[in-house]
Design a protein around this ligand. Structure first.
Ligand code: KMH
Ligand code: ZN
Length: 271
């Protein structure tokens, strides 16, 4: 079994400071949180940029500042979001990919997202893939529902997506998407492209349930305030690193070593 890649989704686009007082917002705060998560065992951070007032932005200048500040503090992989926040245009969302980060997300279809719609048209998805290829950015394919995995498999068969290396992130428990249950995870794993590596990102309480399940199954784990703000029911987590440390402890109990950022780069085909 490969070493475990823990990804910390530090900020997201939807979580607020009001809901989670320890939410990192500014590039300095995001870089400090990334360094803490690296020390706790994370190999990658998934980042969303915010303006100083906390609102979401895909401004490449803010992403450039985040990447530079994280790099100055630690060697963790920086994966940027192309999801941004619901309602952003495709051009806004893809803009920071032209900076050439190591990795970026690519959502494989549209999904209801709470009371909103997270829109990803096939044309936009192909455009995102093209820009990532031009910029030498490795995609992480985001799967919110089973049809998105069907689409990814179809795109592999048609040669639109190369079959390897391929990494998917199964985001389970978004209201409107697939449930955050072991049964849903098991179902998706049955349709995973051959040879693909996978991460599970459980939303809310599913972060712990599904993360703990992925460890003995050979998957990788995403935690962090983008997906879950609690440590226990009704008890806020004190930091993103606290959530990383819990997964690192469970991995140790399973004798599954943690991937260093460089080991993760090798596994994911970065560089
Ligand atoms: N904020 C969500 C609507 C991604 O990072 O690529 C989409 C999202 C996915 O967070
Ligand atoms: Zn995200």
């Amino acid at each position: 079994m490969s070493p475990l890649i823990i990804t910390a989704a530090l900020t997201g686009a939807e979580t607020t400071r009001e809901a989670q007082p320890a939410l990192p917002i500014t590039p300095d705060e995001i870089a400090a949180a990334a360094a803490e998560c690296a020390a706790a065992g994370a190999a990658m951070v998934h980042v969303h940029a915010r303006r100083p007032d906390g609102t979401s932005t895909q401004d490449p200048a803010v992403y450039a500042e985040i990447i530079a500040k994280v790099r100055a503090r630690c060697g963790i992989i920086v994966q940027i979001s192309t999801g941004g926040a619901v309602g952003m245009t495709a051009e806004e969302r893809i803009a920071p990919v032209r900076l050439g980060p190591e990795m970026a997300t690519l959502s494989m279809g549209s999904v209801n997202f709470g009371d909103d719609v997270f829109l990803n048209t096939p044309a936009d998805m192909r455009h995102f893939l093209h820009v990532m290829r031009e910029a030498g950015v490795v995609p992480e394919f985001e799967i919110f529902d089973s049809g998105m995995l069907t689409t990814l498999n179809r795109w592999i068969r048609r040669g639109i997506v190369p079959p390897a290396p391929l990494h998917v992130d199964l985001v389970l428990g978004v209201p409107g998407g697939m449930a955050g249950t072991p049964a849903a995870l098991q179902f998706l794993l049955g349709d995973l492209p051959a040879g693909a590596s996978w991460t599970v990102a459980g939303i809310g309480a599913a972060q712990l349930t599904l993360g703990a399940l992925a460890i003995p199954l050979g998957g990788h784990v995403r935690v962090g305030f983008e997906d879950n703000i609690f440590y226990h029911k009704g008890e806020l987590a004190t930091s993103n690193a606290q959530l990383v440390a819990r997964i690192a402890r469970i991995a140790a109990e399973h004798s599954r070593p943690l991937a260093t950022p460089d080991q993760a780069r090798k596994l994911l085909g970065i560089g």
